[in-house]
Design a protein around this ligand. Structure first.
Ligand SMILES: Cc1cc2nc3c(=O)[nH]c(=O)nc-3n(C[C@H](O)[C@H](O)[C@H](O)COP(=O)(O)O)c2cc1C
Length: 170
């Protein structure tokens, strides 16, 4: 899939086919995150790849919006830096890394969905990341159960002319 097709095909997929994702494809998705740009190249991310079904089911309980995490072939847990670091900058960087991974996934026909983490203690208990890491979010990954990823003609988005300002706000 070409870049533009991946951009226009990516959507949040919340029901997944019972089909594995090749390890090489998961590595490619993670590599897309690793290669992402960040402020001063500080790379404030760690990624935990979870593929065990029982662990996915438990992970799905860390937030009421994370139910989709129980079902896919894999979930990447994006772990942020210690909160006493320059955390306001980290959000931009972690968002970029996540977008790179979801686009890499889309380019392989693999659907993805974000989820936040409300119960960070439970996430830490399940995954074992260090005590000073108190922010994480989830990206589930799998082949869509409903329909394959194809370019979306009319995305549910604010109109182009409302979003884009030329030279000046008004
Ligand atoms: C920072 C962030 C957090 C999100 N958290 C959740 C979540 O907890 N659960 C969920 O099902 N979707 C979550 N989403 C997905 C959004 O609901 C989704 O991006 C939005 O509805 C647009 O969907 P679309 O890209 O399929 O059009 C999150 C997205 C972002 C960017």
């Amino acid at each position: 899939m070409q870049t533009w097709d991946a951009i226009t095909s990516r959507r949040n997929v919340r029901t997944f086919a019972d089909r594995p994702v090749a390890a090489a494809d998961l590595d490619q998705i993670l590599e897309a995150g690793r290669r992402s740009p960040s402020s001063q190249n500080w790379q404030p991310w760690d990624f935990i790849l979870v593929t065990q079904r029982e662990q996915l089911r438990e992970l799905a309980t860390v937030w009421r919006g994370a139910g989709h995490v129980a079902q896919p072939a894999a979930t990447i847990v994006v772990v942020g830096p210690p909160a006493d670091n320059e955390f306001h900058r980290a959000q931009f960087d972690l968002g970029q890394a996540t977008m790179a991974m979801t686009l890499a996934a889309a380019s392989l026909g693999i659907g993805s969905c974000h989820a936040g983490v409300a119960d960070i203690q439970l996430a830490r208990q399940l995954l074992g990341f260090p005590a000073d890491r108190d922010w994480a979010f989830l990206v589930s990954l799998g082949y869509p159960a409903d329909r394959p990823l194809t370019p979306i003609k009319t995305p549910r988005r604010r109109p182009f002319d409302q979003v884009v300002h030329c030279d000046h706000w008004a």
